[in-house]
Design a protein around this ligand. Structure first.
Ligand SMILES: [Zn+2]
Length: 542
């Protein structure tokens, strides 16, 4: 820029990207992740260069405590690790214990402030809520010291009496909060209104604390509200990959980040540190591990987001991409190439290809993928990008297996019954069972159930089953998604886990997915998985 005037693209201030995929996103029913999966997502968020990773809610379960602790121990490079806690004795202590080993601990305490929440949920009055907020912010500051980030959220802020809300924010900043968060917990605000609310908070405490926003998407306005907040002075945004979250989800990281980047004149002198080329790998990973598919027309990361089908569009884009493209596919990490990888590419070629797709692999992990690619190339004409990503993802979600398949057989014919036979290794013991069903997958799943019931005292109950082709062509690999709960675990709070299978044989892929889910359920019984929230309070917090 010439002329001495700061033009678009000149960054003088940054918007802090606070990713809560692993906390708020994971609250979405059925999105539960194991500790290993959470760590894998955290590593990708680190590659994406978010500023804060909210890793979980340590007071919820021992499993979630351990997951947050692992992430706090491992993630470095200036990225803060946040943990959520209610303003209630026990919660903040647990959160502090989990994050104090982080390079940059970020404690996030919250309490509801709206009359509707105070009266009906917490059954306390405004002054009691204010006192608890101040008490736990002060506790966090004392325990974590001067340099730590202490964030306070007023749950249901957008429906809280304005003057009381400002009073709470003033008091917590006085008590040591360095960030105050304004959640639109029920997704009720509209942009002009939310922007005005944010401005009033910035005016009151913006000099002494960072003002943050946390928007839900119940009216489809989470991204719009978040951007209005930034224009009103918010300098932290709480977002999730793919907009994951309960009900209609949270503001989506990719939408907010790409809007800031694509429209610099609307956000003068503001930037983020995000490596946008890592958006697609992050999106795929989160979708895969949670089993939440992305709608094709989802902004930024949907499979059609950069597709140009109509002739007029195609013609324009070929002549000059700017005619119809406001962002390049490369800027969000779509490689643009669909080159297939042959048998002769070698380990280095494979490593390079994986790097282009956003996966850094070396050593034993690279060797293992390489062997799988070679094996796949034997049964399939070409191994595509989609195949490679599916193989990498399949490894990421590996769980310790106490139940293994030793063998299976199925007979099925037109008009005849389908009979499946399976032989399993259940914690070292050989179990065989036979069952009939509506088709080969059903018969085999029933046989697995019968083999497991006497050994474990429960069998898996299928709640969802999907199969899709990873790539085009008649020799494509089939990828299955299987969701199950335990037969002994019923009701609304039941633990539901997902498992994936991948094979050119769809029966094989189905059984593989079923076994992954079974091993997760079994692991949860033994160790406590890092999933879900404890009951007894608003599930949608903050
Ligand atoms: Zn939320």
């Amino acid at each position: 820029m010439s002329g001495g005037v700061a033009g678009p693209g000149v960054v003088r201030d940054t918007v802090r990207i606070f990713d809560t995929t692993l906390r708020d996103g994971e609250q979405a029913p059925g999105a539960g992740l194991t500790a290993t999966e959470k760590l894998e997502v955290a590593r990708q968020l680190a590659r994406l260069r978010v500023d804060v990773i909210e890793a979980g809610f340590p007071a919820a379960s021992d499993g979630d405590f351990a997951a947050v602790r692992h992430i706090a121990e491992e993630i470095r490079g200036g990225i803060a690790i946040a943990a959520l806690a209610r303003c209630r004795d026990g919660d903040p202590q647990r959160a502090i214990e989990a994050i104090k080993v982080a390079e940059r601990p970020h404690l996030h305490v919250f309490i509801a402030t709206s009359d509707i929440h105070l009266t009906h949920k917490l059954r306390i009055d405004r002054q009691q809520a204010l006192a608890e907020a101040v008490r736990w912010v002060r506790h966090g500051r004392e325990q974590l010291g001067r340099d730590a980030e202490i964030e306070f959220s007023a749950e249901d802020a957008s429906r809280t009496d304005r003057e009381f809300l400002l009073q709470v924010y003033e008091a917590v900043v006085e008590a040591g909060a360095s960030t105050v968060n304004i959640p639109d917990t029920v997704g009720y605000s509209i942009p002009s209104e939310f922007g005005a609310l944010v401005r009033s908070v910035v005016d009151r405490v913006g000099r002494d604390a960072t003002v943050s926003v946390h928007c839900h998407n119940d009216l489809g306005l989470a991204t719009a509200n978040t951007l209005a907040a930034v224009q009103a002075g918010a300098r932290q945004v709480e977002v999730t990959i793919n907009g994951l979250g309960e009900h209609a989800g949270n503001a989506s990281l990719e939408e907010v980040v790409m809007a800031l980047r694509t429209r610099p004149t609307q956000f003068p002198e503001l930037g983020t540190a995000v490596e946008t080329e890592q958006i697609m790998p992050a999106s795929r990973l989160v979708s895969y591990l949670t089993g939440f598919a992305i709608q094709p027309n989802k902004a930024i990361v949907g499979s059609n987001a950069f597709a140009h089908e109509s002739g007029i569009h195609q013609d324009g884009v070929i002549k000059n991409p700017l005619t119809y493209e406001i962002m390049t596919p490369q800027s969000v990490g779509l490689s643009g190439s669909h080159l297939s990888i042959g048998k002769l590419s070698g380990r280095r070629g494979l490593q390079q290809k994986l790097r282009e797709l956003g996966h850094e692999m070396e050593g034993a992990a690279l060797d293992a993928i390489y062997r799988e690619v070679i094996a796949l190339a034997d049964v399939k004409k070409e191994v595509t990008d989609g195949d490679l990503l599916a193989l990498v993802e399949q490894r990421v979600s590996e769980v310790p297996a106490s139940v293994r398949i030793l063998g299976w057989n199925v007979t099925s014919s037109l008009g005849g019954r389908t009979t499946g036979l399976v032989s399993l290794d259940v914690a070292g013991e050989n179990r065989t069972a036979e069952a009939t069903g509506n088709g080969p997958v059903d018969a085999l799943f029933s046989a697995v159930d019968e083999a497991l019931q006497p050994a474990l005292g429960w069998h898996p109950v299928l709640t969802e089953y999907e199969i899709k082709a990873v790539s085009a062509g008649e020799d494509a690999q089939g990828q299955t998604l299987v969701r199950c709960r335990r037969s002994s675990d019923e009701g609304p709070g039941a633990l539901i886990v997902s498992g994936h299978g991948l094979s050119t044989n769809i029966i094989e892929a189905s059984l593989e997915g079923y076994l992954v889910a079974i091993n997760k359920l079994h692991g949860a019984e033994i160790n406590g998985l890092a999933v879900g929230f404890v009951g007894g309070y608003s599930s949608r917090a903050p």
